[in-house]
Design a protein around this ligand. Sequence first.
Ligand code: XIL
Length: 404
Amino acid sequence: MKKYRLLAMLSAAMILLAGCGSDDSSSSAEADKPADGTSAVTDASDGSEAEPAKDKPASERNSKFVETADYPKLKELYKDDFKFGCAISTTIQNTPEYSELVCEQFNSYTAENAMKPEATLDQKEALSDPDKYNEHVPLNFSNMKTCLDYAQEHGFAVRGHTLVWHSQTPEWFFCVGFQKKNGTVDRDTMLKRMENYIKDVLEWTNENYPGLIYAWDVVNEAISDSKGMRKESKWYEVVGEDFVQKAFEYARKYAAADVKLFYNDYNAYQSRKRKDIIEMLQPIVDAGNIDGMGLQSHVGLYLNPIEFKTAIKDYYKKLGLEIHITELDLGKDKSEDWETKQEELYKKLFTAFKELKADGVPLTSVTVWGLTDGMSWRKGENALLFNDDLSRKPAFDGIVAAAG
Ligand code: XIL
C-alpha cells in the first residue's frame, strides 16, 4: 500500500518535472509563451497511473500533509451566496490529499490549464492533411475528458476556461498549413477556424457532459494594460478588432441554453480598464450574446476593497451582467506582518461580496486560483489559502470569518 502511495507521488512529481501543461509552478512569463508543440499539451493524461483519490483510509495519509477533514467548509459557509471554486491542476487531481481537500472545500471546478486551446488543438493530426483541415482544425479531447470526468465524479460544477485567448494558444493555429514558417492565414480562414473551434468544444462538452459546465470564458484578456484593445494578440492581428464580437456570436450560436457566456480579464476593477471593457462589451450585450463578466482578481495587498466593490457594481449597473470572480489570489507584500494583512484583506473582500449579494448584485461564483502557495502560478507570493502541508493560513480563516 505504501508503495502504491509512493508511486502516485512520484508520478505527480514527474508530471511537474516534465513541465507537462506547465501547471502549478510556472511563472507568469512562461504563461505568456504560446506553446507551439505537436498536438495537445499533456496537462492531464499522464495521471492515469496515479492512485485514485477516493476511498483512502486515514491511516495511509502521507505524513507530510496535516489532516484537513475538520476544517470549516467554504462551499458550505457560502452556499447561499455563490459557488465557491478552485483552479485545479492534474497534480491536485492525482494526489489523494490535495484531491480530498479540494473536494471538501469547493464546489466549482476550473481547469488550471487542461481545457485551454493549447491543451486541445491537435497539431499532429492537422499536419497529416493541412488542406482537409484548413478551416476546421482537429481537436483532441483527452485532456478535457480527464478534467470533466474528475469534476463529474466528485460533484463539481465546472467553469470552462477558456476558448479565445492570445496566450496558451499555439501560434501554428493561426498559420498557413499549420506551420509558423508559412505566416498567418487570412481573416476569413481564421474566422472559420474560430467558429469551428468554438462549435466543436461547446458541442462535444454538451453532448458528453450535459449540464456539467455552467459557464465558459469565451474571450480572455482582450483589453490592453495601456489603452483600448490588446495589440499583441494573434487574434487581433489576424482577425481584427471585431474578433471578440465574433467569438461571442459563435458561442451563442452553439452553446446549450444553460451555459453562461463570460468575458474574463485581469485588473478589470481598475477604472481605465473597466471603461474600455464596458465599451467593448456594450454591443455584445446589445446583441444578447454575453451573460457575464469575469474579474480574474490576481491582485496584491495594495487592493482597495471599496474600489473593487464599486467596480463590480458598475459592471452590473452598466451592462446588467452576472458577475464571477474567476481567479482570485492575493500576493503578499514585503512587510513582516503580511500574513495578518492578507487575512484582513481576504476578510474584507468576502464581506464586500456578501454586501453586494445583499444589494442584489448577481455575483454567482467566486474561484481561488489554486490550492497551496507552493503550487501557485505566483511562486513566492504566498497568495493562496493553504500552506504546502495543507495547514490553513490566516487567509483561509479571514474568509471563514467573513461568512459570519
Ligand atoms: C496560468 C496557470 O495558472 C499557469 O499554470 C500557466 O502556466 C499559465 O496560466 N490568467 C488566466 C489563467 O486566465 O489561465 C492563467 O493561468 C493566469 C492568468
